[in-house]
Design a protein around this ligand. Sequence first.
Ligand code: HEC
Ligand code: HEC
Length: 451
Amino acid sequence: MKFSSVGRLSLLALLGAGACSSDHAARDRGGDARMMAAPEPTPKRARASAYDPQIIDHARAMLAEGRETFRRDTFGDEAFWGDTLNLHRSIESAVSPKIALAVGLKVDSEALPDELVSKIKKNEVNMDDPATTVALLKLNAVVGVQGFFEESGKMKSVGITCALCHSTVDDSFSPGIGRRLDGWANRDLDVGKIVSLAPNLDPFAKLLGVDVATVKKVLLSWGPGKYDAELDKDGKAFRPDGKPAATLLPPAFGLAGVNLHTYTGFGSVTYWNSYVANTQMHGSGVFFDARLKEADQFPVAAKSGSWNSRPKEKDRVTPKLAALHFYQLSLPAPEPPAGSFDKSAFQRGQTLFEGKAKCATCHVPPLFTDPGNNLHSPAEIGIDDFQAERSPTKAYRTTPLRGLWSHQKGGFYHDGRFPKLDDVINHYNDHFKLQLSDAEKKDLIQFLMGL
Ligand code: HEC
Ligand code: HEC
């Protein structure tokens, strides 16, 4: 307290001194001039350059454009999901809203007209009829799924967007129906089951050199909240112990200031956006990464050439990357709900996190990842190297922990191997020989829940 008030005083004194010293110092201070009882600025000493408002306008435009891209842009991937796999045919014939909600798809209540809302409330909408799903798609109300329609209203194709896996809703209307929460991991979404519904799975079978039955088996092995973003590069569908190779869908919020992204640090946010939009969503664009042509580590990518993707026609991804990047970095980690954790335990937990439990050596506050090259070897964190070896880095990235409370479903660590935070803490306690008491473990958990 004392220290900071002294600090503030001397800062004011300095600024004050500057105000009297010279015009040069006054110019250098720029916008800070308004903090003092300064004379009215004359036009010559205007507060901001003409460039400053341009920066603000640019930020606003990038945010709006990036949000639209994140929520609705398919980058032309309907050529794959609809035109090639015919997923829209399955939706039309077999996916009722009840089924859609059961496989974890979410409905944006803000996109529903009032009339429809009151009909749903009165139970006057048939939630067992796939035609209702098609109607919802026409309203742009199924989060992350974009329908394409003939003039007659018949479904022509379907594509997916980033929001499919990285958005959910607040359930304010009913479970699975509510207002969008961009960046929150959808841990209910069963991507594998949805893809397995497509009438044509031949493209996956051909790529992986297996039959369609095997493709289905792999897709159905993932389960809710998981996806395998490296399968089309290395063809590894299962871990050596027979468990699925898929990883949890991570949140896409709270990433500003974090160096490397993905569980194994493939690259920056914008690197990964290009990787996903082109090679996972099958959008039409350019993606280049010579690390992925190493045939020993990435046999499928080396053969398919997906390490160097070029669009058949227009590049619909690259022009979107800047605003998409900007939008993601703007997503704050959500604050924990009031009363959801014990505040005094949180404080004791913080002391442990930064002290005895040594967590903050890697999860450095307030980013909760390592500033710098945020990677660690599998041995360092005491786990197997299967997933690390699927990345060019051969390492694990220190997970930023803000907003952890919002993605507890599915467990923790890249593959959800630790079902509860207790299991994570016990793992660290054994691995780092921390000798934490039961009470200390509980405090650490309250700290994590309050981040
Ligand atoms: C089919 C589901 C799916 C879709 C669609 C998808 N992602 Fe992801 N995303 C994942 C998975 C799974 C990972 C983790 C991959 C890994 O670590 O190997 C991931 C990782 C990320 C990360 C890294 C998060 C972190 O903590 O470092 C970002 C950022 C991201 N995705 C953004 C996007 C954007 C932007 C799009 C749209 C262009 C998108 N994703 C589309 C499933 C998806
Ligand atoms: C040597 C660096 C290091 C130290 C020390 C460390 N962590 Fe981690 N932490 C990591 C890495 C790397 C991961 C990612 C592991 C994975 O996904 O497989 C991780 C993951 C986690 C996760 C899972 C997050 C999620 O979303 O799945 C939690 C929780 C966590 N750490 C908490 C802690 C706590 C609490 C401590 C102290 C007891 C600690 N960590 C100490 C590097 C570290």
